[in-house]
Design a protein around this ligand. Sequence first.
Ligand code: HEC
Ligand code: HEC
Ligand code: HEC
Ligand code: HEC
Ligand code: HEC
Ligand code: HEC
Ligand code: HEC
Ligand code: HEC
Ligand code: HEC
Length: 355
Amino acid sequence: MKGGAINATLFVLFVSLLSFHSYGDIGQNCTLKCHTEQLGHKFTHGPIEANGCAVCHPLLTKQNKFAKHPQLKKIKTKDFNSYCFACHDEMKMKLSKENHLHKAITKKNCVSCHNPHGASNKSLLKFESSVKLCTSCHDKVMPADSKGHQVQKMKEGCLSCHAPHSSKNHALMKEPTSAELCLKCHTKSKVLKDGRHLLASNKITSSFKFLHTPVREGKCHSCHSVHGSENKFLVESKFSKHTYPKDLLGSSQLCFQCHKIDRFYKRLSIKTNFRNGSQNLHYLHTLGSNKKRGCFTCHNIHGTQQDKLVRESFAYKQLTLPLKFIPSATGGNCTTACHKTFTYNRKVRFKNEQK
Ligand code: HEC
Ligand code: HEC
Ligand code: HEC
Ligand code: HEC
Ligand code: HEC
Ligand code: HEC
Ligand code: HEC
Ligand code: HEC
Ligand code: HEC
């Protein structure tokens, strides 16, 4: 309500500004006499061009005196946003329609990013790039030794993925899910400079029969640090694709961000479905074996053609060995080069013959 009243007052002021040139003279005097710095910007704000200092500095209009100069600074209210909305009602409308407002607007104000008078940057922005602008407050978003996504090198910087004012999506994202953001750029598979292959984002979601839940939900950012990471492929925490990683738990950190580690403890077989009676088969193949197999030996990360994210093959030295997995209601069976078809059953322990 209060804001509305201010808007109305400003509107009247604005209209009077347009109809009485004397107000224009006030502006001219300000800038001619002292505030030459408010002119001559590469981009000048609309009302300044019309010499309307008084629209936003109403005290001056009232007193019509230039002697009271320090008062120029004292805009009647610190609610700068209301001044801006007085003319930028289209912006006000837009913000009211979208449910995620940037706190830079609600906690701070429009002039924390825009210069109200003029600027050497487009859209009256205080900094020459969105990266500089955004990191002036978000200084911790990008890791110092960022690999992969060098946001500062992206054409639109932070604005490639985020809207500056408001959004229908959380985290001010320009698309509803991070998977849709990825697709804006990763439309084609490619080979990186160092020879690694990078699949197109839609290949990752469309080439598998079974998808890992966060992939199916389009939450690519739950594993990939979109702002940059010290790990290959922007993976958020350590993950090794080695068949026998040196430090099994340390190199599976990524998985333990979401999955409890206790399913790998011998006695806690009840915590995993990969068990034969009470024999914990996750433990048996990983921590409980002298050949500690990594998660990637059996599981693919984005998705698979077999259920339970079980891969169809794995790497052994120079070879690629098949892995055939068939789940059942109470367990499943697996045929690999390591052993012939072995069956497990959660209800009753199945007796597999040794090879
Ligand atoms: C669109 C509204 C608007 C118009 C028009 C406007 N100002 Fe301002 N002015 C502001 C705001 C908002 C601030 C406070 C900025 C801040 O605190 O960051 C300000 C601050 C100032 C200051 C204090 C120093 C500074 O730069 O922050 C001066 C001097 C000033 N204005 C002069 C002028 C002159 C001269 C004109 C006319 C040529 C003018 N203003 C027109 C909104 C406006
Ligand atoms: C008296 C009316 C008025 C007020 C008050 C006002 N503006 Fe403006 N603003 C304009 C006009 C007119 C333009 C030029 C519009 C155009 O070129 O499309 C403009 C342009 C802009 C632009 C540049 C748009 C572009 O596409 O380059 C920005 C950013 C902006 N205003 C921000 C603000 C902010 C922030 C405030 C509050 C401090 C504010 N305005 C207050 C009238 C106003
Ligand atoms: C966090 C920084 C930030 C804040 C706070 C902010 N803006 Fe902006 N604004 C931007 C950026 C960045 C752009 C340029 C967008 C682009 O190029 O796509 C922009 C563009 C604009 C434009 C011109 C283009 C458009 O989207 O219409 C207007 C007008 C504008 N802002 C008004 C405002 C008003 C009014 C406020 C306060 C309610 C405000 N801004 C607060 C960063 C900000
Ligand atoms: C004047 C300071 C300021 C500037 C400049 C600024 N922000 Fe923010 N931003 C905030 C504040 C305050 C929050 C609320 C969360 C917090 O305190 O970190 C926030 C939150 C966010 C969020 C999280 C929103 C959510 O709902 O989770 C995103 C994303 C964001 N800003 C992006 C940007 C981008 C992109 C830019 C540059 C266009 C930018 N910010 C510039 C102050 C700023
Ligand atoms: C490639 C797309 C992309 C780019 C470029 C990008 N972001 Fe983000 N940003 C995201 C995604 C995705 C999220 C996570 C959304 C979620 O948590 O659901 C996010 C989250 C955020 C958050 C919320 C807190 C957090 O850290 O998760 C802030 C703040 C933020 N970004 C600021 C920035 C700034 C500043 C820049 C530019 C330096 C930037 N972003 C560039 C995609 C991007
Ligand atoms: C559960 C965690 C997780 C989720 C969710 C996830 N990824 Fe990945 N992603 C990984 C891991 C782990 C790697 C392999 C890292 C390595 O090779 O060192 C990877 C590798 C990649 C690669 C490079 C290798 C390749 O196959 O081309 C791309 C591209 C990629 N992910 C994109 C995506 C996209 C797009 C999404 C969302 C649709 C997504 N990821 C969701 C964990 C995840
Ligand atoms: C604004 C464009 C843009 C968006 C949006 C984007 N990327 Fe990227 N991404 C790039 C660029 C540029 C590279 C550098 C490699 C290249 O030249 O393609 C890259 C590289 C990568 C890499 C390889 C990193 C490495 O190890 O070298 C992965 C993985 C990746 N992006 C995942 C994602 C994911 C996941 C998303 C969605 C959350 C996403 N990207 C969104 C532009 C983008
Ligand atoms: C961002 C969270 C997240 C991360 C990180 C993550 N997962 Fe998952 N994963 C899930 C969710 C959610 C499910 C669905 C079942 C559940 O809620 O446990 C799931 C299910 C699974 C399943 C069972 C699939 C099925 O069809 O029943 C396997 C196997 C799996 N994840 C392996 C991994 C491996 C290996 C890693 C490490 C590379 C990993 N996950 C990292 C969230 C995650
Ligand atoms: C020897 C193969 C093998 C290895 C190694 C392996 N898993 Fe599994 N995992 C399976 C099988 C088979 C299932 C399906 C069990 C079922 O539902 O019948 C499974 C199921 C899962 C599930 C679903 C929940 C559960 O426990 O039943 C998660 C999560 C999971 N694995 C994560 C991991 C992680 C993380 C690693 C690495 C630390 C890993 N797995 C290593 C074979 C393996």
